[in-house]
Ligand binder design. Structure first.
Ligand code: SF4
Length: 441
């Protein structure tokens, strides 16, 4: 079925660094709801990522721009030759915009300007945190390991739109991770619809990376990513027993001791009605066991209150779970029907005022838990990855904070530090969401 999304054609020329630039622009465009198409004729706009290294490469770039203009007409130019923009505008005055290398933000902004996102763009479906769309700074990157999903959660329509799980070959994923690390990325955020299911569709087929066999499984992937020596953070994990195997990697400091697990509920009857993956697992036992292996483990999760059929007892069970699980970061949504989802037909839909009341009680309970867990960090010395610097000081994140969705660590100003640096910080204060600290020299 043809998609209604706006379509971008992409011509990528040049060296591996330019390729990483292209991949990052393409990743962002996909996240922003654009389709990437292979033909000029199918595209609404074309991006040409140029090379300016030697004359023949310049000429090849100019030829590619000319071809894109002839075939399509709407062309944005970026990349190394873009640093000498007059060469491009003299040869091709009709191009819509020119930027230099690694200008991810500007290219995406230009595309937004000339080809706005479609109205039905859904950031959740496009694997973007629900807080909204922002281009990642250069020191962290999303690493998408699979598309689609084998589950059929009753509130979700992703599988009907994206199909069943298709895992990327493990060698491809690791090559991409390596390129990102080589280009200066300090933190990889592993994303998918179900990271714990990685490889199941390809029967955990062994691939090769740097001449070594690597099993296409969550554990195999994590062990290989650990070798990059950068932060590796896992998102969208379900609490299956085999997740236990990656916890020792976290305890050993190989990957970040952080798990993003969308539990969604704690009552077994609601989890079953939701048709959640790992619905019958004893999640609380599992969390306690993980924390025994890795006491620093940070767990973030999301929950839905007011799902059809949720009784007072189900909700109390959820609150009880929160108290016992002591999760670090939690988001909560009130259930609302999604067009085409199976849950819409379930009996006992919950009145809006009850949903609201439960949501408020849930948030109040969790806020206390999150705040007290942050208080426990006062006095600790932690590594902080600096995201940005403003006139007040350094703004960064610890291993416990994913970008966009978790908290922030505010650090006193320091003229030696740049965005993308990892610095050691002593935590001196905490509030409900954020930490405050000073640099350890
Ligand atoms: S695991 Fe469930 S909620 Fe997540 S994408 Fe698959 S069907 Fe949807």
């Amino acid at each position: 079925m043809a998609s209604d999304n706006n379509k971008v054609g992409f011509v990528s020329l040049g060296c591996p660094k330019a390729l990483v630039d292209s991949e990052r622009i393409l990743t962002q465009l996909r996240s922003d709801g654009y389709d990437i198409v292979a033909d000029y004729g199918d595209a609404d706009i074309v991006v040409v990522n140029t090379c300016g290294f030697i004359d023949s490469a310049k000429q090849e770039s100019l030829d590619a721009i000319g071809e894109a203009l002839d075939e399509n007409g709407k062309v944005i130019v970026t990349g190394c030759l873009g640093a000498q923009s007059e060469i491009i505008t003299n040869a091709h005055p009709k191009v819509l915009g020119v930027t230099g290398p690694a200008a991810y933000e500007q290219v995406v902004n230009q595309i937004h300007h000339f080809l706005p996102q479609t109205a039905n763009h859904d950031p959740f479906i496009n694997l973007v945190p629900p807080q909204g769309i922002k281009l990642t700074p250069r020191h962290y990157a999303y690493l998408k390991i699979s598309e689609g999903c084998n589950h059929r959660c009753s509130f979700c329509i992703i599988p009907s739109m994206r199909g069943d799980l298709v895992s990327r070959p493990v060698g491809d994923v690791l090559d991409e991770a390596q390129r990102l690390a080589d280009a200066g990325v300090k933190e990889l955020l592993v994303i998918s619809q179900d990271t714990s299911a990685y490889g199941v569709d390809i029967k955990y087929k062994t691939g090769f990376w740097q001449g070594q066999p690597v099993k296409a499984s969550m554990q195999g992937l994590c062990e290989a990513l650990a070798e990059l020596g950068i932060w590796v953070r896992l998102h969208y994990v379900y609490p299956y027993p085999h997740v236990d195997k990656v916890i020792p990697l976290m305890a050993d400091g190989k990957i970040l001791p952080y798990l993003d697990i969308p539990f969604q509920h704690a009552s077994m009857s609601i989890l079953k009605a939701m048709k959640r993956p790992a619905a019958t697992e004893k999640n609380l036992d599992r969390i306690l066991q993980w924390r025994q292996t890795c006491p620093d483990l940070t767990i973030r999760s999301t929950f839905i209150v007011g799902f059809p059929g949720e009784t007072d007892d189900d909700f109390e069970e959820l609150l009880q779970f929160l108290q016992e699980a002591q999760l670090d970061r939690v988001g909560c949504f009130q259930y609302s029907p999604v067009d085409g989802a199976a849950a819409n037909k379930l009996a006992n839909q919950i009145p809006e005022n009850v949903k609201q009341e439960r949501w408020e009680r849930f948030m109040a309970a969790q806020q206390e838990i999150s705040a007290s867990r942050l208080q426990q960090k006062i006095g600790q010395k932690i590594d902080v990855l600096i995201d940005e610097i403003d006139e007040k000081g350094l703004i960064g994140r610890s291993f416990a904070d994913a970008p966009e969705i978790d908290g922030t660590v505010f650090v006193e100003h320091d003229s030696q530090t740049s965005a993308g640096d990892i610095v050691q910080v002593k935590i001196t204060d905490a509030d409900e969401y954020d930490l405050y600290g000073e640099l350890i020299s």
